[in-house]
Design a protein around this ligand. Structure first.
Ligand SMILES: *Cc1c(COP(=O)(O)O)cnc(C)c1O
Length: 422
């Protein structure tokens, strides 16, 4: 598409946007004078759908009216509540229904997945992660290495960007696997890197890692609800993601977990268990010997927090109404438009480090600041543009197709331009 720089052009794009109406289904933050902010932090905490409150209220009312009976006689019987989320969540991440479950929080699920899919031996025990991995994931894998009696420094391998570059490339990965393949037990990569916004070719990584004899997991915290993950076809062994970023389910809300169907019924996999991993039909007989549930559900341990699940359900219903493919279409336009306006600034103090190829990124652009500092981010915030700062020198901006507009993008870049020219 041919873009133009004027505000009228942004407004024309908004007028033609078939998803434009969804913006009004969200609470948009405003400053203390009630002036709307430009919110570009949906990659960190997604905004609240206006419907969330009523979804939670139903469960609060059932709890008030029914007490324990809500488990079986509630409007949405709590015993089955996680099942109400499965279909839409599976569609969003491109998985079969029995490959997906919503449970726990992300880092907890990463550990549970490693209980099953990180089974080191003396020869094959290393874990390969991205050089610029999200800290929680790094701490998690280091602690798994120590848990199994290995040295956390020696046991970690990094797939890093070439010197002076920001993005990872597959030749380097190939080389690491060629050199160390026999020592690697697990390849654990962020599906979309949180810092650069680089979206990896999951299938390609899976194939390469499997060929080397390693298992593969993806942390899709920055992918779920943002890009077309196609987890089933990726052949990954497992994936995990949180629901409070692009999935708008509220601070600290539960995580999604994917286990490829080839592991659904594998009795030889090591797993941790609880009563929620046990056969649903005999769960409440209580004295039954343990019977593993089929599929991803079999990794659940506990009965889940319904109030948080209700918030997820509210959000997933919005996704279902909008359609993931429509969202991705709009996302590509919004982000290309942002990229265009930034390039039109023609200012060597800012550099977008996110891949230019729309297939290798989601909605986020990471703007590196060159010979200017963090105060620029503070000025953006003061001027009503909410983005985030990641050390050492990056501002991340995520125009989200569900609730951001082309005018938001225009306002953001216009604000940045004024700050740069100040
Ligand atoms: C957001 C994020 C997390 C957060 O983990 P929690 O367990 O939900 O606190 C972990 N990993 C990545 C890659 C993330 O982007």
């Amino acid at each position: 598409m041919k873009y133009r720089t004027g505000l009228d052009f942004a407004q024309q794009l908004d007028a033609k946007d078939t998803l434009g109406e969804f913006r009004s289904q969200f609470y948009l933050p405003s400053d203390k004078d009630g002036k709307p902010l430009v919110y570009f932090c949906g990659n960190s905490l997604g905004l609240q759908p206006k419907s969330t409150k009523s979804y939670i209220q139903i469960e609060l009312d059932d709890w008030a009216k029914l007490g324990v009976e809500g488990h079986t006689h509630g409007t949405n019987p709590w015993l089955h509540y996680h099942e109400f989320l499965t279909e839409t969540m599976a569609n969003i991440v491109g998985a079969k229904h029995h490959e997906v479950v919503v449970m726990n929080s992300l880092t907890v699920n990463l550990h549970l997945m490693m209980v099953s899919f990180y089974r080191p031996t003396k020869e094959r025990y290393k874990i390969l992660i991205e050089g610029d991995v999200f800290p929680s994931d790094k701490y998690a894998v280091e602690s798994q290495l120590r848990h199994h009696g290995f040295d956390a420094n020696e046991g970690l391998l990094f797939w890093s960007a070439p010197k002076g570059k920001e993005l990872l490339n597959y030749d380097d990965l190939e080389e690491i696997l060629h050199e160390h393949g026999r020592e690697i037990a697990l390849v654990m990569i962020g599906g979309v890197n949180y810092y650069t916004g680089q979206y990896f070719d999951l299938k390609r990584i899976s194939d390469m890692a499997h060929k080397a004899g390693a298992l593969v997991g993806f942390d899709c915290a920055h992918g779920a609800g943002n890009v077309d993950l196609n987890l089933h076809d990726s052949e990954a062994d497992f994936a995990i993601w949180c629901s409070y970023k692009y999935l708008n389910s509220g601070p600290g809300s539960l995580s999604g977990c994917f286990v490829h169907e080839r592991h659904a019924n594998n009795p030889y996999l090591n797993r941790f268990a609880g009563w929620w991993s046990h056969n649903k039909t005999t769960r409440f007989n209580m004295r039954q010997p343990f019977e593993q549930l089929y599929g991803a559900e079999g990794w659940q341990l506990s009965n889940p927090p319904i109030l948080s699940m209700a918030a997820i359900r509210a959000s997933l219903d919005v996704f279902k109404a909008a359609g993931m493919n429509n969202l991705i279409d709009k996302s590509k336009k919004l982000t290309s438009y942002l990229e265009y306006l930034l390039s039109e600034l023609n200012d060597e103090r800012i550099k977008v480090i996110t891949p230019k190829n729309p297939l290798e990124r989601g909605c986020q652009l990471s703007i590196q600041l060159i010979s200017t500092d963090k105060s620029l981010h503070q000025k953006l915030t003061n001027a009503g543009v909410i983005s985030d700062w990641r050390e050492p020198d990056v501002i991340r901006v995520a125009p989200v197709p569900l609730y951001n507009s082309f005018e938001d993008v225009h306002r953001m870049v216009d604000t940045l331009k004024n700050i740069l020219h100040d």
